[in-house]
Design a protein around this ligand. Structure first.
Ligand code: MLT
Length: 201
């Protein structure tokens, strides 16, 4: 997968950056810099194109995911992370995902399909990736969900349901609400940073 890798300081985690629809691997670099300037960065470009816009998996309509492709791309991304950890020599057990929108949805899908896939996850405006699956144990994994009360793409119910499903399976979830829509605001990023510092520094 097309990506950027930036080595951080020794002993720091690796931030896996996953952009929204139409984005690239450059989009979330400033956010990673805010969250933890010392971390390694692995920022990936989604390799599915929708009218020329990169995404991490196909969808049938807005908010309606192609489940077969979602499962396939989730496995591809999991393999890519494992290969990258060998290539760049970072600790596979110290990966913290930061995803926005479509990128948050594939990060959520990784949590829904694989045990201990992330040390933690920051999900900005995610949806419930699948509703028909039994989740692996989340083993206390800290998850930050940033949500907008007026988000037209991802309803309040999606965030509440995602929190419930992850919590029931053993994740430690914090939901941060903004009065905004689907956009990612500075206050939401700063709330994620505060949460990150509580859990990982
Ligand atoms: C998705 O398809 O993942 C969600 O609708 C969010 C988006 O990318 O617009």
């Amino acid at each position: 997968m097309k990506h950027i890798y930036q080595e951080g300081l020794s002993g720091y985690p690796t931030l896996l950056l996953l952009h929204g629809t139409g984005g690239t691997e450059r989009d979330l670099l400033p956010i990673a810099e805010t969250i933890d300037p010392n971390a390694n960065i692995l920022s990936v470009r989604g390799n599915v194109l929708e009218n020329g816009m990169p995404r991490f998996f196909k969808r049938l309509a807005e908010g309606v995911f192609d489940q077969e492709d979602l499962i396939k791309q989730t496995e591809n991304l999991r393999q890519f992370i494992a290969e990258a950890s060998e290539q760049y020599q970072f600790d596979r057990d110290q990966v913290i995902a930061i995803g926005y929108s479509n990128g948050a949805n594939i990060a959520g899908s990784l949590l829904f399909h694989y045990e201990n896939v992330f040390k933690g996850a920051i999900l900005h405006h995610p949806m419930v990736p699948r509703r028909d699956v039994i989740l692996p144990a989340q083993n206390g994994t800290p998850v930050f969900i940033g949500a907008g009360k007026n988000d037209p793409i991802c309803s309040q119910e999606e965030s509440v349901d995602l929190e419930k499903i992850l919590t029931e399976n053993g994740a430690k979830v914090k939901v941060h609400w903004e009065n905004n829509g689907h956009q990612l605001t500075q206050t939401e990023v700063l709330a994620a940073k505060e949460w990150y510092q509580e859990h990982f520094r």
